[in-house]
Every structure is written in C-alpha cells, then in structure tokens.
Design a binder for this molecule. Structure first.
Ligand code: GDP
Ligand code: IMO
Ligand code: MG
Length: 423
C-alpha cells in the first residue's frame, strides 16, 4: 500500500500533468483532489500533445483507475468536451474513470457570477480563469451547493432552478454589463448532465479507503500551485481551494497518516498567470526569453504567463507547508543559453532582510535579494542521464537542494514523457 501526493509548489503550471503521466505506471489509482476546469494539465508522448482539465492525468494508461475526488468542482459542459477530446484515442475512458458523488457541480450561473465579480473589481480583479471556480466553492462552504450525487435525485431540476434563480438576483446586484443567454447555457448544461450520467458515480472516500486496505497504490494529483492556496497563497490573488497537501486529505477522504511521499513539482524559474504579487518577476529581455523559449502561455486561457527568476524563499515555504519529500525540477532546458542566472535567496522586507515568506509580499514591502549563478549553454532536450547534464546545471541543482533541504529526484528537460531524467 502506498499513498503519495503530487502537487505544484509555485503559482501553477509547473508541469504536474506531465509527471503524473510519467509516474502512473507505478500506481493502481490516480485521484484528483481539488480545483476544477481552471486547471490545464499537459501531457506529451508519441507525438501527441493533450491538455486535461478535470480528468486525472493517468487516463492514458491502460490499467490505472482515475478518480475525480469530492474536493473537485466539475463543470459538466467542459467535462463533455473533455470526453469528446479523448474519443480519438480509442480508449475505454468510462471503465476507468470514476466520479465522487460529493464533488460539487459548476452551474452556468456560477460562471456568470465569476465574470460579474471580476468585472466589478476593475483593476483589482483576481485574473480568474472565469470557469466559475470561486462562486462554486462559495456555494459549497455556504452550504448551498449542488453535488454530483444530487443528479440522481428526483428533485434535481428543482434544486437547480432554485439555486440558479438566486444566482440571477446576485448577478443583478453586481450592476455590470454582462451579455448572456441563460436559456442557451441551460440547454447546453442539461444536455451535458445526460452525458455525465453515463459515467460511474461512487462514494469515493469509501472506494479509496477500501483500495488502501487491499494494498493498492494511489497517487493523488493536485491542481494549481501552493502559492494559489486559499489559506497559504498570496490572498486574495489565489484560487478557492486548498491546493496544498492537506487538500488531498479533505479532497479525497484519505487520512494524513496514510500518506507517504509528497512530490513537489517546480519550474527551474517562476511563472504566474493572472494578477497578484510576484517578487522575482522580470520585465526585461530575460523574462521575454523565458516566456518565448518556455512557451509560457496558459494551457486553458492562452493568456501570457508572467516570468521571473526562481524564488527559493517561496519554494522553501511551499516545501514546508506541504511536507515535500522529493522535488521534481521542470523546464531546466528553458534556461539553456543564459550567461548568468539569479536565484532569490532572501527578501528585503520593510527594509530588513528576511528568509521566510511573510504575510504580505506586495512590491512596496518586498524586494528580492539574489545570488548570482553561472548559466549553461548546452541544449538539454536530448540528454537522457544525469551525468550528461552540464556542470553549471548540476551546481544549480545542488544549490537548490542545499537551500531547500530536500533532494531533487527528477530533472525534466522537455515536455515529452521521455524527456525526464532520474537523478
Ligand atoms: P500543469 O498545469 O502543472 O500540468 O502544467 P501545464 O501543462 O499547464 O504547463 C506546463 C507546460 O510546460 C506544458 O506545456 C508542458 O508540455 C510543458 N513542459 C513540461 N515539462 C517541461 C520541460 O521540462 N521542458 C519544457 N520545455 N516544457 C515542459
Ligand atoms: P494548473 O492546475 C495557473 C490562477 C488564475 C487566477 C487565480 C484564480 O493548470 O496549474 P480561478 O479561476 O481559480 O478562480 O483563478 O488562479 N489559476 C491558475 N494558474 N495554473 C492553474 O492550474 C490555475 N488555476 C487557476 O490565473 O490568477
Ligand atoms: Mg496548467
């Protein structure tokens, strides 16, 4: 029996999807524990590139069971499109994909509320993906939400109507100009509910705990990143769920003492999409190079990702909050060609040097303090062993390990499954 967690340590898009796919052959079950279609997890293999939203990243493997946990919020409309996108691969998706009855449903009006809330904030907007994530989790914690299991109830449509009507009154309250055809959105929603009903709904906490008892191995897949966590992220510029390790326990019903390893995924630099503070952000040519070489555009929204140097203050914080036992460093190949690299090792916070992640990292309070390191020139994308990597990169890796006090077990040198080097 093994339960391991895999999660992002920065502001999302670290490469979680790729690594879950790489690791799936070692597990019986892959279980998504939070977030929803705000996520875009990219997998590349055999010349295929595929982006998953709510479906766990183990779906391409023949034998693994994939579970959408109770902590996830599901939009049936996006989910239907996701299923359709998988049709061309000729897999029996339905037999290996199970959905928790306790996962919450994103209604069309949740998406509208997200848009209205963002529009009303003007410049202070979160930069949400507009997938209805925040409003759906608000209804969950406010005890008004509709769950997947409710689809099976006789009064599902009445429940839907009552909540959607309430939402419409709330949308009117925002007093923003929002153009929409709710009837059309609802037709699409109810058609996709029929598709959703063709899948298997389970009591996932029971399923997972029985699996643990019978010796099965489980990899829990996180979405977003630790700095977007509702409690520990850069609030209010965060998502609405616990993206950190504790979220796997509440999002799946797995007790903390069942968890063994926590794999922390991070990029060799830093990116962020949407608003919010980002101390090591670059506005110069170096940032543009990272964006261009790293193809830093959101997998879901296509928005340009902001780029900057690696921030070890933030990384250490994420490692601590998650209890990370092994690090996976992604996109090292993107840094090839830089003469010098900066790594943030401390912050100047209100004039004083600090090495912890403080309450407030707004630019008026925080200035990064850098350690300069030598870059490497070689193309890493065809390298297959740790020995082959340039010495400057090995020094970079060893420096991170020493600062963060957790070993880097894998170095990813390209988007493909095969471009993954074990250390
Ligand atoms: P996720 O949300 O954490 O699964 O990450 P995304 O899929 O949103 O973004 C990561 C992007 O980087 C995707 O386009 C991946 O194909 C790509 N990628 C992953 N690992 C590497 C790597 O080591 N090198 C390069 N160049 N690209 C990578
Ligand atoms: P994956 O799983 C990167 C960001 C949004 C916005 C904030 C809130 O692919 O790493 P939301 O729609 O959740 O209310 O948006 O969080 N965000 C992500 N950024 N990767 C993600 O997911 C993200 N999911 C949400 O850009 O700043
Ligand atoms: Mg992503």
């Amino acid at each position: 029996m093994t339960v391991d967690l895999l999660l992002g340590l920065q502001w999302g898009d670290e490469g979680k999807g790729k690594i879950v796919d790489v690791l799936t052959s070692k597990y019986d079950i892959i279980a998504r524990f939070q977030g929803g279609p705000n996520a875009g997890h990219t997998l590349e293999f055999d010349g295929i590139k595929h982006v998953l939203r709510t479906i766990p990243s183990g779906i391409f493997h023949k034998n693994a069971i994939n579970i959408i946990g109770n902590g996830v919020v599901m939009d049936p409309v996006v989910f239907q499109k996701e299923l359709e996108g998988l049709e061309k691969f000729n897999m029996d998706v339905k037999s290996k994909l199970l959905i928790s009855r306790k996962a919450h449903l994103i209604l069309p009006t949740h998406r509208l509320l997200d848009a209205a809330s963002e529009a009303s904030k003007g410049k202070a907007k979160i930069g949400s993906t507009l997938k209805g994530i925040g409003p759906t989790y608000m209804d969950k914690t406010g005890r008004n939400g509709i769950r997947i299991g409710d689809i099976e109830l006789a009064d599902f449509k009445e429940r839907y109507r009552s909540l959607a009507d309430k939402h419409q009154a709330m949308i009117a309250f925002y007093d923003v100009d929002l153009q929409y055809d709710l009837k059309e959105m609802e037709d699409e929603f109810f058609a996709s509910i029929e598709v959703l009903k063709s899948l298997t709904f389970i009591d996932s906490e029971e399923y997972l705990n029985q699996a643990i008892k019978s010796g099965k191995s489980i990899l829990c897949e996180g979405a977003q990143g630790s700095l977007l966590d509702i409690d520990f992220g850069t609030y209010p510029f965060v998502t609405s769920s616990n993206t950190t390790a504790a979220g796997a326990c509440t999002g799946l019903g797995i007790a903390p003492n069942k968890v063994k390893d926590v794999f922390g995924i991070f990029k060799a630099y830093t990116t962020r999409v949407g608003s919010g503070p980002f101390p090591t952000e670059l506005f110069d040519e170096d940032g543009q190079t990272m964006a261009k070489v790293g193809n830093e555009f959101g997998s879901v929204t296509g928005r340009a990702r902001r780029c900057g140097w690696l921030d070890l203050v933030a990384l250490k914080y994420a490692v601590q909050v998650n209890g990370v036992t092994a690090l996976y460093m992604m996109k090292g190949d993107v840094l090839s060609g830089f003469k010098k690299l900066n790594v943030c090792t401390a912050y100047k916070y209100k004039g004083k040097e600090i090495s912890h992640f403080p309450y407030n990292i707004e630019p008026e309070n925080v200035e990064p303090i850098y350690t300069e390191m030598k870059g490497w020139q070689a193309d890493l994308t065809t390298m297959t062993s740790y020995e082959e990597l340039p010495q400057e990169l090995k020094t970079y890796i060893e420096f991170i390990e020493k600062e963060v006090e957790v070993p880097i077990k894998v170095v990813s040198v390209g988007p493909d499954r095969k471009q993954t080097i074990l250390k």
